[in-house]
Write a protein that binds this ligand. Structure first.
Ligand code: NAD
Length: 261
């Protein structure tokens, strides 16, 4: 069965991995709602580009993932425009790098809200229409940091471990409704999220930003390259396909061998 004409909500899709996934889904004929922050003209350009290039419907919703009521409004838009969400990609995320005893409370709260709690709220709001249709795909963009820790990332590692747990419960709760829930766990992908953390990593480790890339970021990638956005977009498409119909509650690493050792 093709996913053409299905509908997707991709959180945090104005940049990086989320934009790559939204583009890959649109290319497969999926109508999309994109979400995230950024300059409004640039977002509108991306939205129009998806519609024109791939002949799909694309809407933008500016829901802030720290605000459950705005998340509900975004899913209501999917209900209104597309009769619900068929494919939900929980991708929005932020990072903060600081030693645990100096880690700011506000950063902790924001990371837990955006990287973890928002996925609970999107899932809860999307599942009723998936259940009605007897089909749904929930894909949570976690991280290798959902499975292992790195120093200075208390909020991020806690949230991503939580997201892996949430994925497993969703898989079990929804298994008899034709709905699968899986987590993709990437290693480092060269996106603004990674570029922005270089100065703080350099400060915490006491090394230069170039050294951070070689000695910290690529240290655990046994394939000494960044993961590509397209690698994650392709895995997302696979999880939406019939070939993955029996895969649920999985954590799929795409990390150059990081979690193999
Ligand atoms: P990015 O910074 O390029 O994109 C993040 C997106 O989230 C942007 O669209 C941003 O506007 C949006 N966003 C941030 N705060 C938001 C909020 N409050 N409400 C709504 N949207 C918000 O980052 P990325 O690297 O593409 O990361 C995407 C996801 O992939 C994140 O969950 C991240 O943890 C995960 N991830 C990234 C890497 C990596 O190395 N880049 C590795 C593993 C996992």
């Amino acid at each position: 069965m093709s996913i053409k004409s299905k509908s997707a909500v991709i959180t945090g899709s104005t940049s990086g991995i989320g934009l790559g996934i939204a583009t890959a889904l649109a290319k497969a004929g999926v109508n999309v709602i994109i979400n995230g922050f950024g300059e409004s003209a640039a977002i509108e350009h991306e939205r129009q580009n998806l519609e024109k290039t791939y002949q799909v419907k694309a809407f933008y919703h500016n829901a802030d993932m720290t605000k459950p009521e705005q998340i509900q409004q975004m899913i209501a838009l999917a209900q209104e425009k597309f009769d619900g969400v068929d494919i939900l990609v929980n991708n929005a995320g932020i990072q903060h790098v600081q030693v645990i005893d100096e880690f700011p409370d506000k950063k902790w709260d924001d990371i837990i809200a955006i990287n973890l709690s928002s996925s609970f709220h999107t899932i809860k709001a999307s599942v009723p229409s998936m259940k009605k249709k007897g089909w749904g795909r929930i894909i949570n963009i976690a991280s290798v940091h959902g499975l292992v820790a790195s120093p200075f990332k208390a909020g991020y590692v806690a949230a991503k471990h939580g997201l892996v747990g949430l994925t497993k419960v969703a898989a079990l709760d929804l298994a008899t409704h034709g709905i699968t829930a899986n987590a993709i766990c990437p290693g480092y992908v060269d996106t603004p999220l990674v570029r922005k953390q270089l100065p703080d990593q350099a400060k915490e480790y006491g090394i230069s930003e170039d050294e951070v890339i070689q000695k910290v970021i690529l240290k655990d990638h046994f394939i000494k390259q960044f993961v590509k956005i397209d690698d994650i977009a392709d895995l997302t498409l696979f999880l939406c396909s019939d070939a993955a119909r029996m895969m649920t509650g999985e954590t799929l690493c795409i990390d150059g061998g990081w979690t193999a050792h």
